[in-house]
Design a protein around this ligand. Structure first.
Ligand SMILES: [Cu+2]
Ligand SMILES: [Zn+2]
Length: 167
C-alpha cells in the first residue's frame, strides 16, 4: 500500500512540474522587421491541451491563420529576391516531419493552431485550445499571426503580420 501511495504522489508531482504557464509578447512585423507592440498571448497547459489566451489590439478584423513556427525569430527573410515579413521564423513546427498542414486536430504540423478571431474593433480576446500541444513545445519557437484565414489545406493565411517569441 505504501508503494501505491508513493507512485501516486510521484505522478502528481510530475504532472504539476510539467504544467506550465507563460506569456508571449507580440509585435507587428513587416519586411523591415518588428514594429508596434500589440499585446500578448498567455499560454498554459489545460485539461484539454494547450490554452492560448490572447489580449491583442490593432489587428485587422476577421479570422487569421495562427501557428507555431519552428525558429525563434521574427525577422524578415528573403524569398525570390524580395524581403518578406517573418520568414526567419521558417515553417510550421513539425517535429515529426509530416510535411502536412492539416490543422489543430489533424496529424500533420504540430504547430497548426485554431484560427485567431479578431473583433471589429481590432482586438482579439477569444481563447483557443490546441489539443496536441503543451506549453513547453512553444519554448524556442515563434508564434505568428497571418493576414488572412487558414483553410488547413493549401492556404496558411498569406502574409505574416504579427509575431512573438517564447523565451
Ligand atoms: Cu504561420
Ligand atoms: Zn501547418
Amino acid at each position: 500500500m505504501r508503494r501505491v501511495w508513493a507512485v501516486l504522489a510521484a505522478s502528481i508531482w510530475i504532472f504539476a512540474a510539467e504544467a506550465e504557464e507563460f506569456t508571449i509578447e507580440l509585435h507587428k512585423i513587416d519586411e523591415k522587421g518588428s514594429g508596434e507592440a500589440i499585446g500578448a498571448v498567455g499560454v498554459r497547459d489545460g485539461a484539454a491541451g494547450l490554452e492560448l489566451v490572447p489580449n491583442l489590439k490593432n489587428l485587422p478584423a476577421g479570422s487569421h491563420g495562427f501557428h507555431v513556427h519552428e525558429n525563434p525569430s521574427c525577422d524578415p527573410g528573403e524569398k525570390d529576391g524580395k524581403f518578406q515579413a517573418g520568414l526567419a521564423a521558417r515553417s510550421h513546427y513539425d517535429p515529426e516531419k509530416t510535411g502536412q498542414h492539416l490543422g489543430p486536430l489533424g496529424h500533420g504540423h504540430l504547430g497548426d493552431l485554431p484560427m485567431l478571431v479578431v473583433a471589429e474593433d481590432g482586438t482579439a480576446k477569444t481563447p483557443v485550445t490546441a489539443p496536441r500541444l503543451r506549453a513547453k513545445d512553444l519554448k524556442g519557437r515563434a508564434l505568428i499571426i497571418h493576414a488572412e484565414a487558414d483553410n488547413y489545406a493549401d492556404k496558411h493565411g498569406g502574409a505574416r503580420i504579427a509575431c512573438g517569441m517564447a523565451k
